[in-house]
Design a protein around this ligand. Structure first.
Ligand SMILES: NC(=O)c1ccc[n+]([C@@H]2O[C@H](COP(=O)([O-])OP(=O)(O)OC[C@H]3O[C@@H](n4cnc5c(N)ncnc54)[C@H](O)[C@@H]3O)[C@@H](O)[C@H]2O)c1
Length: 485
């Protein structure tokens, strides 16, 4: 089962099966019969990772009891998959519900916890209703897309005292954990500034311009949808919270106006059936995408493969932010969604030195003989020219003042997203069985979710006003101050 966006890169560490020492926390064995009852809300692509986890590795602590989605086709898909995984010889036949019936589902199916993998704009409503109906919540990033959503979720958490887990998988990627260790060790002193550059390539980056992500009101734009991962990392690395945000950016590559200005001419409205266009996603090329989206279109008209140079895109593809942190550090951040390679670079300056993390997730996107983008160039017989110059990989260099640089060894991870997803899942489903605290503090809750989206929501306001925005002025309804220590 694919555990991330099918158009996203598969880093080298994706293939690891044995994690480095200290990467995976220790858990006590599960007591017999102690399964918590889970329902999955939003049965699209991302749900697959959780469904596989509940019916596979974590079946001793969790059991799936219901689906909730407006689209019966996608619930059919997963129901058949679970039936096959459990060897039932047919669909699992789990009860299914529409979004309006969330409260009834939780009561009827005695749901202990829901996994929310619905589109971002629906999170606030679904999360708060689930909490208010007596279930704990595991929610994908971003927590929500608006200040109203933040307040709604804060109100529900405070009123119910129930547990909300934010699945910030990037924290669990060993390379990102290693940078936190370096900063926390004091080796580079007090952090004064962070420079963070994230490049999404013309396959993965383009994918945010094909469906609901392309609308600001559905995703909050990439500065909320995508960058909330990155802002969470910075918040977590520094143990700090953003105070003031200035943002600039725009839609400069994708969209009909940019395409017109570059003389691209008339284009098909969708990618399926298009030959020879590296920006076209053909849903027939991937049986899973075909089943989840193309075959399910007739139920709700959700088009997964819209043209990235079509009309109606209201998000940015180039973003630059300056973020002041309460503790005094400043973050300069940029996101580009049409890069020829994919990865990120982080430089952390401190009073005693500097740490630099460089990650290449995909060194180039090349085209096959039909003009289709080759997702995994290393799988082609001839390889590709950029390999030697920009090899896939990761490197963390630490250098103290007056000393030579040293390479900080990054331990191996397991699973997707730089080795983060599989470890995250253990923490999501087995945290109650941990034998000791996590020295890295990787588990994230709703306050971490709020701190991350606060930066993006402030950035969205800054993009409109043209001026800096104080996070406190957003009045998100919660005290964002991190706990001491
Ligand atoms: N952490 C990561 O790396 C990562 C990766 C991919 C996606 N995600 C997140 O996972 C979530 C889902 O992404 P996706 O790519 O699977 O999206 P998707 O569009 O493929 O799937 C969303 C599903 O939710 C359903 N849905 C729509 N409105 C709903 C509602 N009101 N109630 C319940 N279900 C509803 C849709 O029918 C669809 O089946 C998003 O929040 C996204 O940001 C996170």
């Amino acid at each position: 089962m694919s555990d991330q966006n099918p158009t996203a890169p598969r880093p080298a560490s994706h293939r690891g099966t044995v994690a480095g020492a200290g990467v995976v926390p220790d858990f006590a064995p599960a007591p017999p019969g102690g399964q918590r009852r889970f329902a999955v809300i939003g049965t699209g692509h991302r749900a697959g990772m959780y469904v596989a986890a509940i019916t596979g590795e974590h079946a001793d602590v969790a059991t799936l009891v219901a689906w909730l989605d407006p689209n019966p086709g996608r619930m059919d898909y997963y129901d058949a998959e679970v039936g096959a995984a459990l060897g039932l010889g047919g669909p699992a036949g789990l009860p299914r519900y529409a979004p309006d019936d969330l409260e009834r589902m939780i009561a009827e199916q005695r749901v202990d916890a829901v996994v929310v993998t619905a589109p971002d704009h629906a999170h606030a409503d679904l999360v708060s209703r689930a909490l208010e109906s007596g279930a704990d919540v595991v929610v994908e990033k971003p927590l929500t897309t608006t200040r109203e959503g933040c307040r709604r979720i804060t109100g529900a958490v405070e009123a119910t005292g129930r547990d909300l887990t934010m699945t910030f998988n990037y924290r669990y990627a060993p390379r990102n954990s290693s940078l936190r260790e370096v900063i926390a060790s004091g080796e580079i002193g007090e952090v004064t500034s962070v420079h963070f550059e994230w490049a999404l390539d013309t396959v993965h980056g383009a994918d945010y311009f094909r469906r609901w992500h392309r609308e600001k009101e559905s995703s909050g734009g990439l500065v909320v949808h995508k960058s909330s991962h990155h802002f969470d990392l910075v918040n977590w690395w520094l143990g700090d919270v953003a105070e003031r945000v200035y943002a600039s950016g725009g839609l400069k590559f994708y969209g009909d106006k940019n395409a017109g200005a570059r003389g691209l001419g008339e284009r098909p409205a969708r990618g399926t059936g298009v030959v020879g266009d590296p920006f076209a996603l053909d849903l027939n090329d991937d049986p899973r995408l075909r089943a989840l989206y193309l075959d399910s279109e007739r139920h709700d008209g959700y088009l997964r493969d819209q043209d990235v140079f079509g009309p109606g895109i209201t998000i940015e593809d180039n973003l630059a932010l300056v973020v002041d942190y309460r503790g005094g550090a400043v973050l300069t951040y940029s996101l580009n969604a049409h890069s020829p390679w994919e990865g990120y670079r982080v430089s952390v300056n401190g009073t005693a030195g500097r740490a630099e993390l460089q990650v290449v997730e995909r060194g180039a996107v090349t085209l096959d003989e039909n003009g289709k983008a080759v997702l995994d160039p290393s799988a082609t017989p001839e390889g590709f020219a950029g390999h030697a110059l920009r090899p896939e990989g990761e490197r963390l260099i630490v250098q103290r003042h007056w000393e030579q640089p040293r390479e900080h060894r990054i331990p191996a991870g397991i699973g997707g997203h730089g080795g983060g997803d599989a470890i995250l899942l253990k923490d999501v489903f087995r945290r109650h069985l941990r034998t000791g605290p996590d020295p890295l503090g990787r588990a994230a809750g709703y306050l971490d979710g709020l701190r991350a989206v606060a930066v993006g929501i402030a950035a969205n306001r800054s993009l409109v006003t043209g001026g800096p925005v104080l996070v406190d002025d957003l009045e998100l309804g919660a005290d964002l101050t991190p706990a001491a220590g």
